[in-house]
Write a protein that binds this ligand. Structure first.
Ligand code: LIP
Length: 269
C-alpha cells in the first residue's frame, strides 16, 4: 500500500490553522484570569487550566483534520504511536510567564514525519507574533524571511538561556552561568524555550542554550532556528535534546559549545 504523507508545506498550513485557534483560546482564558491547576515535577512547575484546555483543543482539531496521526503533548503525553506523522504540542510554552501575565508565552506545534521535524509554528499568545518553518523553505515571522546573527566572537554574543524547575538543577545551572557571563556580551532569560529559539532565529539574540528541554519545547522552535541558519545541537556532536540544546550561528557554535563543555553545562542533576 502506498503511504500518503503530505508535503511539509501542507503540514505547516494545518499547524498554523490549529495553532492560531489554540492561541486565541489561551489569550481568552488569560483575559478571564488564570490560576495554578496543579504542579508537576516541583512546586514551581505549574500547569494551568489553559495549558490543559489548549492541548485538548489541539488534539481534537488534529484528530478532525488528520485522523490517524500520532500526537505527543506536554500535558497528555503520547497517543497513536507508530503513525508516520506525529504532532508535537507545547500548549503554552512559558507557562510561568503566562500565569504572571508576562506577554512572553507561546503555542508551539510541530509535525514530524518518520521522526524528523518537517514543519513547525510558534505563536506568541499575547502579541500574535508567529514564527513558521517548513524544512527547506526557510524560517519566517509574519511574512518576513529570517536570518540569524553572523556573530562569531563569544565576547560579543548576547546569549539566551533558561533554568529548570528542580532547585538542585537550578543551582548547577546558576554556577555554569556565573562562569560563562564574564566571557559573553550578556545573558537574557525570557522564560520560554520555543520563543528563545525564535528570537535567536532572527538575531534578536545571537545564541541560546539550555539543559532540560523536552521534545515539545524544542520541536517547532528548533526547526525555525535551523531554517534561519543556526546550528542546533548538543555536546560532542550529540543531537540537541534534554542533555543540552545549543543554537548558535555557525561561527559561534564551537566557542560557545567548548565553553559550555568546560563548564559541564550538560551535567548536574
Ligand atoms: C519552560 C521553558 C523554558 C525553561 C522553563 C520552562 P514551560 O517551559 O520553555 O525555556 O527555562 O524553566 O521549562 O514549563 O513553560 O512549558
Amino acid at each position: 500500500m502506498v503511504r500518503s504523507v503530505p508535503e511539509p508545506r501542507e503540514l505547516l498550513k494545518i499547524a498554523i490553522e490549529v495553532a492560531r485557534e489554540a492561541a486565541a483560546t489561551a489569550y481568552r482564558m488569560r483575559s478571564q484570569g488564570v490560576s495554578v491547576a496543579a504542579t508537576k515535577s516541583t512546586v514551581t512547575d505549574v500547569v494551568t487550566a489553559a495549558d490543559r484546555a489548549v492541548e485538548r483543543q489541539v488534539h481534537d482539531a488534529l484528530h478532525r483534520l488528520r485522523p490517524g496521526d500520532a500526537v505527543l503533548g506536554e500535558e497528555y503525553g503520547e497517543a497513536g504511536a507508530g503513525a508516520a506523522v506525529r504532532w508535537i504540542i507545547d500548549p503554552i510554552d512559558g507557562t510561568v510567564n503566562y500565569l504572571y501575565g508576562v506577554p512572553h508565552s507561546a503555542v508551539s506545534l510541530a509535525a514530524e514525519v518518520d521522526g524528523v521535524v518537517v514543519a513547525g509554528v510558534v505563536r506568541n499568545v499575547v502579541t500574535g507574533e508567529e514564527w513558521t518553518a517548513a524544512v527547506g523553505d526557510g524560517a519566517w515571522r509574519d511574512g518576513q524571511r529570517l536570518r540569524c546573527s553572523t556573530e562569531s566572537d563569544l565576547g560579543q554574543a548576547l546569549v539566551a538561556t533558561g533554568f529548570g524547575y528542580d532547585p538542585r538543577r537550578r543551582q548547577h545551572q546558576g554556577r555554569v552561568l556565573v562562569e560563562l557571563i564574564p566571557h559573553i556580551r550578556d545573558i537574557r532569560r525570557f522564560g520560554a524555550a520555543a520563543l528563545d529559539l525564535c528570537l535567536a532565529a532572527e538575531g534578536r539574540v545571537d545564541a541560546y542554550y539550555e539543559k532540560g528541554l523536552a521534545a515539545w519545547d524544542l520541536a517547532a522552535g528548533g526547526l525555525v532556528a535551523t531554517e534561519a541558519g543556526l546550528r542546533v545541537g548538543g555536546l560532542g556532536g550529540a543531537t540537541a535534546g534534554p542533555d543540552l540544546v545549543i543554537a548558535a550561528p555557525p561561527g559561534l557554535f564551537a566557542p560557545l559549545h567548548d565553553r559550555l563543555a568546560d563548564l559541564d553545562a550538560a551535567g548536574g542533576p
